[in-house]
Write a protein that binds this ligand. Structure first.
Ligand SMILES: N[C@@H](CCC(=O)N[C@@H](CS)C(=O)NCC(=O)O)C(=O)O
Length: 205
């Protein structure tokens, strides 16, 4: 398996899952944004986005999808919630929620408030930041009185949602997270699997 990733990007969902499971995987760290700085990568992923996981004939370019793929393809593992378990639907829902609802609006904020400031669209970025913060309500409600999102254990749904919250801290929104989510995120980031993933990002191997 080969994982194409840029440090700090959504590829961390994949790398974290790989480390939690102890799967062998070659890490290819790309400069950001690879679309402009690693032209050859377009042959792997025509979008030029990270991550991309190449596993035999399969190429996946959706970070939460990669986490889902790994825990089901290379299980059995407690990181997956099985179809027969009562929380299966919730598991799939939170995996998708992590990127479609929680990461996407943060990227609009990053682009228009933090990076492309000259375009004068900072206000749009701020609106998407507020939109993001309001949509944390679902995860916050679910974690009321619980340590993890699904099946009373740490799963790939926590990895996927955890990355979205981790991103908030990286872009200076950590102070706006509700206390329940702050504590939850600390719990996730204290895991050995996360620490190993971050060490691999730093080492580049
Ligand atoms: N929905 C995709 C989004 C992938 C994506 O947009 N990744 C960002 C980094 S977090 C990227 O590569 N941006 C650079 C670009 O758009 O050229 C996923 O979850 O993996």
């Amino acid at each position: 398996m080969k994982l194409y990733h840029s440090s700090g990007s959504r590829g961390l969902r994949a790398l974290w899952t790989i480390e939690e499971m102890g799967l062998p995987c070659e890490l290819v760290l790309l400069p950001f944004p690879p679309r402009h700085k690693a032209a050859g990568y377009l042959e792997v992923n025509p979008l030029g986005t990270v991550p991309a996981l190449v596993d035999g004939d399969a190429t996946l370019t959706e970070s939460a999808g990669i986490a889902h793929y790994l825990v089901t393809r290379y299980g059995p593992t407690p990181l997956a919630v099985a179809v027969e378990e009562p929380d299966y639907g919730r598991f799939v829902d939170f995996l998708h929620h992590s990127d479609a609802t929680l990461t996407f609006p943060q990227t609009v904020y990053i682009r228009y408030r933090l990076i492309e400031r000259d375009r004068g669209l900072g206000e749009a970025g701020d609106l998407y930041r507020d939109w993001y913060l309001a949509r944390l309500a679902k995860v916050e409600a679910r974690l009321d009185g619980r340590e993890f999102l699904c099946a009373d254990r740490f799963t790939a749904a926590d990895i996927a949602i955890g990355y979205a919250l981790y991103l908030s801290r990286r872009i200076g929104l950590g102070g706006l997270l509700p206390p329940t989510l702050d504590v939850y995120l600390d719990r996730l980031l204290a895991r050995d699997g996360f620490r190993r993933a971050r060490e691999r990002e730093d080492a580049g191997v």
